[in-house]
Structures are given as structure tokens and as C-alpha cells.
Ligand binder design. Structure first.
Ligand code: ASP
Length: 464
């Protein structure tokens, strides 16, 4: 079994190694900072010739896959949905639910991060220094972010004049638009003609995820190097905001999972939230322990059919699409992270830009693969888009595993609520359909996390 992104291999788990990397890098950095001082020639030399390049190589490995990843996953997703015409209404309802709840989640995260402002607690001089260090063209980036206006031109620019140029410029919105068009067009040509392209895209998707795995293999070193770079220059100043950031993400995730979803369950779906959560607890545990929506899919299918009583015809259609498209927790996490890092770097994003952050978080969450760390490469792209130095990702990567486990759980709860709501709205389910006794699915066996076993692209035409 090959190692999944952030998953288990032989020996120490990758996420443990990344955490160790964080601790090692932070300890060495703080030591260097407190004994020699951040401007010491030795510390500067290490940063310039060792830590800097290692960190950069790691970051570039992530950047490298953003374009093919967005293109393949979104066009494939849309191509899969093409068969919506066959199941039109159900599909449209599902997508509507996915998008609305994901926007709600991202907006909730943004409100909380604006109230708590975890990134603002660092002293102004440290912030200035951070900007100088991490963004060589910091000022121009800050200015660009400040002057960016999201008017008519922004809308027009979503349609790329030249998709290759959009890719070269890492213009995410334009790439997403092109991928949407590409996927939609694929569904409108005869299936025999479309299939080879779908196969190519499917393979491209798998290959790209493999590359992210390679990147994650060097993540422990990348994180050590990047975090050393930060702490050797800034000492303790950054660690406190990091703690508040983790708290903000966790609290927002919990609020969305249990308050927003409970309201939906009670008023839209008509079921007791306590009963629902109790019936889906195996899915919750599976999602939390695998950090992967896709790896949780088989468990979710069994749970929703046997423990909640949703008919297989709906579950088998809505859940696979949901596991790749409906990522409430991921969008919430992305929005908070962009805002947090913008605060850390002293970049002010006005209300218009924050709405754009929500839009990008939702779109990239739709495009993220349902595997551990699936959203990280996209997040790097979004950071760059808003003028936030992508190097900042180092600040959060070391704590990402627990956030990943938690946001995946929220993603999966969203998938299950969506499926139940669609079934209810089709007149195929009511609270009375819940079987008196939970079915077999009260425990779960080991989940094979190897990428070959992800039901990836499960929303594809041939599998609908
Ligand atoms: N691990 C998440 C999932 O599978 C994706 C992510 O946000 O990285 O749902």
C-alpha cells in the first residue's frame, strides 16, 4: 500500500514527522534568535544557503501542481455532472445545497477571523520585518492588494483571452472558468468521443496527486526549513498568533458542524440533530481518522443507507459527487487562513476583497481533492492571488494535520446532510425512514488509504 498524502506508511506517520519538523525548526530558530540574534551573519547565512532553498523547493513542488490540479479536477467534476441532464433535478438540488452551505461556512469563518483577528497580535515592528523578509516585492504586493478593485473588469477577466496565459500567470479564476467550460463541453459531445479525454483527465488527476505526495514526503524538511526561517528572525513573536489561529479554525468548524447543520437538520430536513449525529457517528470517526472525504466514501454510503435509511438511488448519486465537491470545512479553513496570514503580513483586505476570498475559497474547495492535505496546493495559489506571501503557509503547515482531520469531518457531515436533504425533497425520505436499529455500520475496519483505492472521479459519467 503506497503512502497517501499525509497518510500512513511504514514507520513514523508523515504528519508526526511534519509536526516534529515544526518543533525542531521552531526550537532551533528560537535558540538562534535568542542566542545569536536574527541579524547574525551565521543565522543569515544558514537562512540564505540552507533553510531558504530547502523551503523554496518544497513550496515550488506545491505550486507546480496548482494548474494541472485545478484544471483536471474541475473539468472532471463538471464532466461527471454532465449526466445531470439525465438526473437533472436531483443533481441541480445537490449542487445548490453544496454551494449554499459552503458559502455559509466560508462566511462564518470570515466573520470569526475578523472578530478575533488572530494575526493582529504580533507587534507592528515584527510585522514590518516579516513583510520585508518574506515578500521582496512586499510593498507592491500590498499596494496591488489594496488597489485591486473587484468591479466589472474583474468579472470580464474571469473569461480568459488565452487559457495558456492564464495558466502561466496562475490566474486561478480564469483557469477555473476554462475548466468549467471544458468539462461542460465534454458532456455535450458523443460519449465515445469524450471518454478518451475523460480518461486522460482522470489519469492527470491521479498523477498530480502523486506529485503532491512527493511534495508531502519532503514536507518535514520543508517545514523545518521554513519555520526556522521565520523563528530565527522573529523569535517567539509568531507562536502566540498561531495558537489563536488554530482556536479560531476549530471553533468555527465546530459552530458550522453543530449549529448551522443542526438548524438545517431540524428545520429543512425535519430530523432531530442528536439522532442524526448519533446515526452518522461512524462516518464522523472515519473522516476524522483518515482526513480524507474520498476514503470515507464507502463508509458514508453504508451509513447513510443503513443507519439513516436514505435510498441507494439518491445516496449513490449525491454522495460521490459530494465527496469531491462539497467541502464546507475546507472552504471555511481556507478563508480563515487567507485572512489570518494577511493579518500576519499586515495586508488589509477590504470587504470587496474579503468577498472575493469567500468566492475563491468556495471554488477552490470544490476543486480540492478529497485526500489528506488536498486543499493545500490550492490554498497556496489563493494566497498568491491576494498578495499574501505564499511562504506564510509554513506558519500553518505544522499544525495542519489536526485542522485537516477536523475540516474533513465537517466536509463529510455536509455530504451526509446534503444527501438526506435531497432524498427528503424528492419525497423519498422522512425522519420515519430511519431504521429502528442502526445497521451493520457501527464499527469500521481499517480504511485502505492508498490513492488507487480512492473512489476518485467517482462522480464520472460512466459511474453515475
Ligand atoms: N482533507 C480534506 C478532505 O478530504 C481536503 C482538504 O481540505 O485538504 O475533505
Amino acid at each position: 500500500m503506497s503512502e497517501s498524502i499525509g497518510g500512513s506508511g511504514t514507520g513514523m506517520k508523515l504528519h508526526t514527522k511534519i509536526l516534529l519538523g515544526l518543533v525542531t525548526g521552531a526550537t532551533l530558530g528560537i535558540l538562534a534568535n535568542s542566542t545569536l540574534g536574527g541579524a547574525d551573519p551565521l543565522v543569515e547565512g544558514i537562512n540564505k544557503y540552507v533553510a531558504g532553498p530547502i523551503g523554496q523547493i518544497f513550496l515550488r513542488m506545491l505550486f507546480m501542481v496548482v494548474v494541472p490540479l485545478v484544471f483536471a479536477s474541475i473539468s472532471l467534476g463538471v464532466a461527471g455532472l454532465g449526466d445531470l441532464r439525465r438526473v437533472g433535478r436531483v443533481g441541480a438540488k445537490a449542487i445548490g445545497y453544496f454551494l449554499i452551505t459552503t458559502v455559509l461556512a466560508a462566511a462564518l469563518g470570515l466573520v470569526i477571523v475578523n472578530i478575533v483577528k488572530p494575526g493582529k497580535t504580533i507587534p507592528a515592528d515584527v510585522r514590518t520585518h516579516l513583510l520585508e523578509t518574506f515578500a521582496k516585492d512586499a510593498n507592491s504586493k500590498v499596494e496591488a492588494a489594496a488597489t485591486q478593485n473587484f468591479g466589472v473588469e474583474t468579472v470580464v477577466n474571469i473569461v480568459p483571452r488565452n487559457p495558456i496565459k492564464a495558466m502561466v500567470d496562475l490566474d486561478l479564476l480564469a483557469i477555473i472558468f476554462f475548466a468549467f467550460m471544458f468539462g461542460a463541453a465534454l458532456t455535450m459531445i458523443p460519449i465515445e468521443r469524450a471518454r478518451p479525454m475523460i480518461d486522460v483527465l482522470d489519469t492527470l488527476n491521479d498523477v498530480v496527486i502523486k506529485i503532491v505526495e512527493f511534495a508531502m514526503k519532503i514536507a518535514p524538511f520543508g517545514v523545518t526549513a521554513l519555520i526556522f526561517g521565520v523563528t530565527s528572525r522573529f523569535g517567539f513573536a509568531l507562536l502566540k498568533p498561531l495558537g489563536s489561529y488554530v482556536a479560531v479554525v476549530m471553533i468555527s468548524l465546530i459552530l458550522h458542524a453543530f449549529i448551522t447543520n443542526s438548524l438545517i437538520l431540524r428545520f429543512l430536513i425535519g430530523v432531530s440533530p442528536v439522532q442524526f449525529f448519533s446515526r452518522i457517528r461512524t462516518s464522523i470517526i472515519t473522516a476524522f481518522s483518515t482526513s480524507s472525504s474520498s476514503a470515507s466514501l464507502p463508509t458514508n454510503l453504508a451509513v447513510i443507507e443503513q443507519n439513516v435509511g436514505v435510498p441507494a438511488s439518491i445516496a449513490g448519486f449525491v454522495l460521490p459527487i459530494g465527496s469531491t465537491m462539497c467541502m464546507n470545512g475546507t472552504a471555511l479553513f481556507e478563508g480563515i487562513t487567507v485572512l489570518f496570514l494577511a493579518q500576519v503580513f499586515g495586508i488589509n483586505l477590504d470587504i470587496g476583497q474579503q468577498i472575493a476570498v469567500i468566492v475563491m475559497s468556495v471554488l477552490t474547495a470544490v476543486g480540492a481533492a478529497g485526500v489528506p492535505g488536498g486543499s493545500i496546493p490550492l490554498l497556496v495559489g489563493v494566497l498568491a492571488m491576494f498578495g499574501v506571501p505564499p511562504e506564510g503557509i509554513a506558519i500553518i503547515l505544522g499544525v495542519d494535520r489536526i485542522l485537516d482531520m477536523s475540516r474533513t469531518t465537517v466536509n463529510v457531515i455536509g455530504d451526509l446532510c446534503a444527501t438526506t436533504w435531497v432524498a427528503k425533497s424528492e419525497g423519498l425520505w422522512t425522519a420515519a425512514s430511519i431504521p429502528a436499529m442502526a445497521g451493520i455500520v457501527d464499527t469500521f475496519g481499517p480504511v485502505d488509504e492508498s490513492p488507487g483505492n480512492y473512489p476518485m472521479g467517482s462522480g464520472r459519467i460512466d459511474q453515475l
